[in-house]
Design a protein around this ligand. Structure first.
Ligand code: DX5
Ligand code: ZN
Length: 216
């Protein structure tokens, strides 16, 4: 079954404690924490200070998606604040191999995200070192956008590359995931789906949001 990583970007921040307790009762695998800097992406969100509060509110793993320039300057701060894994963007890391090693030296799994226009081939030479590749199925910066269907063949290319080489690397998708796009992503070979709106804005609540995606 595909794992679900709810993105707290879509949470109701006036009821966070209650929402984290509701999430703990679901089969959600991990929390997805979106960090935006207003430079790499046209929006600002949360930093390590806020992550510390999530650490206090949940026992679920906290996966941190860094949509920021020069992420190498901030890796340690996020791990200290409670990140259990870190994802950097290929587009922000001219020395990606070094950045990945820095994440591993901090003792947490390392992932790389690819914008819709960035091909899988840019990761071929370091794929053996990665714990996760995050395929963006929207242009990063905002929740609630529409899933870009043409990312499905890209997921299949990555699936084949990982399987052919026997790499232990998860494939995750992020953006526009709902029950129908989750099913398409799973068919294409995805292991984990990030979902903000489909979980936190589900008409019947968070638990139904998670189970609707898993049943997809
Ligand atoms: C987009 C973020 C996503 C976003 C997903 O820049 O990386 O994690 O919160 O939101 P939905 O599921 O609403 O598309
Ligand atoms: Zn994200």
């Amino acid at each position: 079954m595909m794992k679900i990583a709810p993105s707290v970007l879509a949470a109701d921040f006036s009821r966070l404690d209650e929402q984290m307790k509701a999430l703990a009762k679901t089969s959600a695998d991990r929390i997805h924490f979106d960090v935006m800097d207003g430079v790499f992406v046209p929006n600002l969100s949360m930093g390590p200070f806020i992550l510390e509060f999530f650490k206090q509110m949940t026992d679920l793993p906290l996966e941190v998606h860094l949509m920021i320039v020069e992420p190498e300057k901030h890796l340690e701060a996020y791990v200290k604040a409670g990140a259990t894994s870190l994802i950097v963007h290929q587009e922000t890391c001219p020395h990606l191999h070094r950045t990945i090693q820095q994440i591993k030296d901090l003792g947490v799994p390392a992932g790389v995200a690819l914008n819709p226009a960035t091909p899988v081939s840019t990761l071929e030479d370091i794929l053996a070192d990665l714990d996760l590749v995050l395929i963006m199925t929207v242009n990063p910066g905002f929740g609630g956008q529409q899933f870009i269907q043409s990312m499905l063949p890209k997921i299949q290319i990555l699936r084949e590359l990982i399987d052919e080489n026997g790499y232990e690397c998860e494939i995750e998708v992020d953006g526009g995931i709902n029950a129908s796009t989750a099913a398409l992503a799973q068919q294409a070979g995805v292991d984990v789906a990030v979902a903000g709106t489909a979980v936190f804005a589900h008409s019947e609540g968070i638990a139904q949001g998670v189970s609707a995606l898993q049943g997809a």
